[in-house]
Each structure stands twice: as structure tokens, then as C-alpha cells.
Design a protein around this ligand. Structure first.
Ligand SMILES: [Zn+2]
Ligand SMILES: [Zn+2]
Length: 360
């Protein structure tokens, strides 16, 4: 196994150097080997890159700690590479030590991640769906554990570098000529493990809390309407933006009206006499009763349109119509006078309703 570059040596500092000492050494060397000051000097350029890489690693406390323990773990892992030395993979670009070569798993946990979108359901009355309503929506959100502040370790303890993967978060296994990386089974790709998990969050570092949002349901919302509250979803990770909250509306059915798009359908029972002779009848609308003209000769099932008395358009200012569906009723019980009147009518009626239906 080839010797691993000693980043401390590259910067000319001791293993116990403070952050400040590392920064100072880096600045001095970076100036010295800066390609702008050494044009055409390949050796200086090489040195400059080394210094850069060494500083990138040692200036990051987590990476530095992992590097400090990496030696032992690396030696143990290397036989798995089946003759392809670990150095051939990861030490060409030392920045990759924790990067692409050893798997997206490690990198993914570092990248800013947008928080998940959340969905909450809210149930409103039919009347409120037409006028719009302000509601409070309780939402369960994932947030950083208040006891361990997200580390997952019991307060007073801290996570340690995973001894299985040396903090890389991935382990490699040789198959023929190739080595495959997979998330470390011990630390699940985190690179660190918690020896004493936080009791509050059982080591997850996150906890569920209930937040209450005030949401304005616009007039005209119907069952299934989704309202987006930008940025009110799950918190982002590693500085990523939060997700959105979608509030999905459920509407209680109305005793009177059925929705058909922005139109409302209302069943209007009328007597045979009203349907045959025509009548003005009073019907309910969302804005109070109106008078509806039933033209003479109206058949059962006919839709009569009352303009502008439907549901508001959720976008825009328009309103749908009220569709009055005429239902001719047949009396179950007749008074003596009614029976006589109907019998008299039957005698004088010239109508044969089956004529149109059964004529050849
Ligand atoms: Zn916790
Ligand atoms: Zn591990």
C-alpha cells in the first residue's frame, strides 16, 4: 500500500495545529506557489493544488477528524479492493475523498436539500365554500430535535466517526476488476455513529411538532381544491429551502345544491298543473330566494337557468349559474275535489302521450 499523503506535512504544521495555525500556513504557501506568480512552473502548480486540497480538508473540522482516524480504517478496508489500491481511486483528487468516488450517499447528505412538501386536509361547509373562509390548519412538521439540536446524540455526548467506514459513509467491495461502493451499513452513510442515542428523538435528530397555519380558502373552492402555501412545508436540510404546504379542501355536501363546475343544480318540484299551465315559483339560491318562471308546458327534468346565481369562479370575478331542474310531482293522495277535477280533465284531454313514442 502506497503511503497516504500527509496533509499536515504538506502544510508544514503539526498534528495538533490549531485552526488558526492551519489557516496561516495555508495562506503563506498559497501565496508562494500561486500559479500567477510562477507562470509555467508545473511543479509550483502541482504544489499549489496539494496545498489547496490539504487546506480544504484540514480546515473542515469534520473532515479533519475523519482524516485523523482514516488511516487505520483505510488499511482494514483496502483488501476489499482486490488488488486495486485504494489510492488509485480516491487520492488523485483529495477533495473526492468524501465526494463522488465514494458515492453519492456521503455527498447527498452534504448538499442543500429542499424540504419535503406537506399536505393537510381541511373540511369546510358548503356555504363557506361559496363565500370563502379563513381556517386554522394544524400541520405536523418535522423539525430539529429540541433536546439534541439535531445531532441524535444524548445531550452531553456527541456522535463519533464511524469505525466501519472511517467517516466516509460508504464501504467498497471488489467484484472482479471493479470495486463497488455502497452506503456503510453501520452508519447508513452518515459517516458518524451515535453511541448514546438521544432519548427524545431516539437518535433521529428530528421530532414532529404541530404548527398551526391560518389559511384563506377563496370563494368558489370545491372538494379537491389545493391551496399552496409557499415555504410552509418541511424545513430544508443543510441550508436548503423549505418545501411547500398544500392545503386540500373537503366540502360538506349541500342538502339543496349539487355542483357542476361553477354551476349549481337545484331540484325544483312542481305540480302537474304548474308544469302544464306555467307558474312563478319561489326557489332558494345561495344569495336568498328568487322567483323562477316555469313556462307553460315544461316537462319533468327540464333545466331552467338562473344566471349568475351559481358558485364564484375561484380565479376571476365571474359566477356560474343556478340550474333549476324541474321535477313534476304526482300526488299520492287525492281529495274528493281533486279526484273529480282530474277525472273531468281526463275526459276532455285530447293528449295521447304514447302516440309519439310508439308510432311506427
Ligand atoms: Zn434528539
Ligand atoms: Zn460508516
Amino acid at each position: 500500500m502506497a503511503a497516504r499523503p500527509d496533509y499536515y506535512k504538506i502544510l508544514g504544521v503539526g498534528k495538533n495545529a490549531s485552526e488558526e495555525e492551519i489557516k496561516k500556513a495555508y495562506r503563506k504557501l498559497a501565496r508562494q506557489y500561486n500559479p500567477d506568480r510562477n507562470p509555467g512552473d508545473a511543479a509550483a502548480e502541482e504544489r499549489f493544488k496539494e496545498v489547496q486540497t490539504a487546506y480544504d480538508l484540514l480546515s473542515d473540522p469534520e473532515k479533519r477528524r475523519a482524516f485523523d482516524t482514516f488511516g487505520a480504517a483505510g488499511t482494514r478496508a483496502s483488501p476489499g479492493f482486490g488488488g486495486v489500491r485504494v489510492e488509485d481511486f480516491d487520492l488523485g483528487d483529495l477533495g473526492d475523498l468524501f465526494g463522488s468516488m465514494f458515492g453519492g450517499a456521503r455527498r447527498a447528505t452534504r448538499q442543500p436539500l429542499r424540504g419535503d412538501d406537506l399536505e393537510a386536509r381541511v373540511r369546510i361547509s358548503f356555504e363557506d365554500s361559496l363565500t370563502g373562509v379563513q381556517v386554522r390548519v394544524p400541520v405536523e412538521v418535522d423539525s430539529v430535535c429540541s433536546a439534541c439540536h439535531g445531532t441524535g446524540a444524548e445531550p452531553g455526548t456527541s456522535p463519533v466517526v464511524c469505525p466501519e467506514c472511517g467517516g466516509r459513509g460508504v464501504v467498497s467491495e471488489a467484484q472482479g476488476l471493479f470495486a463497488f461502493s455502497q452506503p456503510c451499513p453501520r452508519c447508513h452513510g452518515n459517516g458518524s455513529i451515535v453511541e448514546k442515542p438521544c432519548k427524545r428523538c431516539r437518535g433521529s435528530g428530528r421530532e414532529r411538532t404541530t404548527k398551526r397555519f391560518s389559511v384563506k380558502i377563496p370563494p368558489g373552492a370545491k372538494a379537491g381544491t389545493r391551496i399552496r402555501l409557499k415555504g410552509k412545508g418541511e424545513a430544508g436540510r443543510n441550508g436548503g429551502p423549505p418545501g411547500d404546504l398544500y392545503v386540500v379542501v373537503d366540502v360538506d355536501p349541500s342538502r339543496l345544491f349539487q355542483r357542476r363546475g361553477t354551476d349549481l343544480v337545484l331540484d325544483v318540484p312542481v305540480t302537474y298543473a304548474e308544469a302544464a299551465l306555467g307558474a312563478n315559483v319561489e326557489i332558494p339560491t345561495p344569495d336568498g330566494p328568487v322567483s323562477l318562471k316555469i313556462p307553460s308546458g315544461t316537462e319533468s327534468g327540464k333545466l331552467l337557468r338562473v344566471r349568475g346565481r351559481g358558485a364564484p369562479q375561484i380565479r376571476g370575478n365571474g359566477r356560474g349559474d343556478l340550474l333549476a331542474r324541474v321535477k313534476v310531482t304526482v300526488p299520492k293522495k287525492l281529495s274528493k275535489a281533486e279526484r273529480e277535477a282530474l277525472e273531468a280533465y281526463g275526459k276532455v284531454s285530447r293528449e295521447n302521450p304514447r302516440e309519439r313514442v310508439f308510432s311506427p
